[in-house]
Ligand binder design. Structure first.
Ligand SMILES: *Cc1c(COP(=O)(O)O)cnc(C)c1O
Length: 409
């Protein structure tokens, strides 16, 4: 058996399908975000990052860096083991209290990533209920799909954000059967939001539990950064809120916030929680600092929304095909995987602009796009430079501008 050849074949298949991924070698510059150094094959170059999920620049906030450095100096780097072995480090206790308070829940439980919290959280919650039926939004993130799959429970997929379809599925299900509705509150590729209250209405009517992934909303929406549920006035109606510490909070880790009993059950049964080393104290302290800051400071949230609106306005005025939504995400339609990749290569090499191409399987074939994420620190000059660079690339690749798209319809 030639094992190496099998791995090489697997890679060749990806290359054939134009799905082979290449990561840019980037060096972020704290204090100069969104500026970074790209270690290109020709050597280091200055670039502007336009696709970071460090949405609010909290990863470079002096309070957050300060908390991390101070805690590392005082407590060292690692957690020293699983919580069972090493105990729960004190900054982690503080962090879970902070998260419970953020979402106004009795408790919170922290995992090593948002991915793990969904994977092990959903599967454990569903498995603990007898014959649980999972109702899952068609656009859910891979980590949620894996959680559903690993639960080995029956699942039904409802059409994306389609409450009528969800109700149809709930109506035909056995009323006595436990049910878990899993959905995201803000979908990060289209930037659309879930009708949270309408989903909760159905959950109440049909006796289902709700599990909402707030990964792309925490820190950014709601008066204290509690997410879309806080923004839509539905926080108390959701049974389990899941979030990440790695996007708007600028650190690493994931969590669920829920009743004390549910968190205790997941703590006690979830393999992805039990059998892995806890988050290091410096990361916990940094995340707590970011959450606390964003609870009381709305500067970042307001400026983030204002900058996103500004980018949309400038790109729209230039005739670029911005896919409309009501959130901070700025998707730019390309509709062709080759051109999508070519566009991002040209932006990087010719214009010093870093944007990741979004191709299948992250989005459906034919809907390939650039996904632009403005932050509070993308000033006007950067926005104009982005629009100019995009127009140049659009022309070079013969991609349609909006007036022509409309004319063709
Ligand atoms: C990024 C992401 C996750 C995973 O969070 P990490 O903390 O990066 O592991 C979960 N859900 C959604 C919708 C995501 O986009």
């Amino acid at each position: 058996m030639n094992y190496e050849a099998h791995f090489a074949d697997a890679l060749a298949r990806l290359r054939d399908e134009r799905r082979y991924r290449v990561f840019a070698d980037l060096e972020r510059l704290a204090g100069r975000f969104p500026r970074a150094i790209w270690h290109s094959p020709q050597g280091p170059r200055d670039v502007i990052v336009w696709c970071s999920n460090d949405y609010l620049g909290m990863g470079q906030h002096p309070k957050v860096i300060g908390a991390m450095v101070e805690t590392a100096t005082r407590m060292g780097t690692g957690a020293g083991g699983t919580r069972n072995i090493a105990g729960t480090n004190h900054p982690l206790v503080d962090l879970e209290r902070e998260l419970a308070d953020l979402h106004r829940k009795e408790a919170a439980l922290v995992f090593t990533s948002g991915y793990v919290s969904n994977e092990t959280g959903i599967s454990t919650i569903a498995r603990l209920m007898p014959n649980c039926l999972i109702l899952s939004d068609a656009s859910n993130h891979n980590s949620m799909i894996e959680g559903v799959r690993q639960s080995k429970c029956e699942k039904q997929i409802f059409r994306h954000n389609d409450v009528a379809h969800l109700e149809e599925l709930l109506r035909t299900a056995d009323p006595t059967r436990p049910k878990l509705i899993v959905f995201e509150t803000l979908y990060s590729m289209d930037g659309d939001v879930a009708p949270i209250n309408r989903i909760c209405d159905l959950a109440e009517r049909y006796g289902a539990m709700t599990y909402a992934d707030e990964v792309h909303a925490v820190g950014m929406y709601g008066s204290r950064g509690g997410g879309q549920a806080e923004h839509q006035g539905a926080m108390a109606r959701i049974d389990v809120i899941e979030g990440t510490l790695a996007k708007a909070f600028g650190c690493l880790g994931g969590y669920i916030a829920a009743s004390a009993t549910l968190c205790d059950a997941v703590r006690s049964y979830a393999p992805g929680f039990i059998f892995t080393t806890a988050l290091p104290p410096p990361i916990c302290a940094a995340a707590t600092a970011a959450i606390r800051h964003l609870k009381s400071s709305s500067f970042e949230r307001e400026r983030h929304q204002e900058r996103s609106a500004r980018v949309k306005a400038v790109l729209n005025a230039a005739g670029l095909p911005v896919m409309p939504n009501d959130t901070h995400i700025v998707p730019l339609f390309v509709g062709d995987p080759e051109k999508c990749k070519r566009a991002t290569d040209l932006l990087l090499t010719e214009h010093g602009i870093y944007i990741q191409p979004i191709n299948y399987p992250t989005v459906a074939k034919g809907t390939e796009r650039l996904r632009i994420t403005p932050t509070p620190y993308h000033e006007d000059a950067l926005i104009y430079a982005l629009a100019e660079a995009l127009l140049e690339v659009w022309e070079r690749l013969k991609l349609p501008l909006k007036s022509r798209v409309l004319a063709a319809e």
